[in-house]
Design a protein. Structure first.
Length: 51
């Protein structure tokens, strides 16, 4: 796996962790859904994106 892809996956995991901690309505079983939305380019709140 290229280094860029590895870093991107790490950022996605970090972003999902933030979502899980911030919003009690987000459940662990939504992980694939959240990652799929990120992969397909759905908008996420900019405050949750890494700097």
């Amino acid at each position: 796996m290229p280094a860029d892809a590895d870093q991107t996956l790490r950022q996605l995991r970090d972003l999902c962790d933030v979502l899980f901690k911030r919003d009690k309505n987000v459940r662990r079983y939504d992980t694939m859904f959240l990652l799929d939305n990120v992969k397909t380019g759905s908008a996420l709140p900019s405050e949750l994106l890494p700097p």
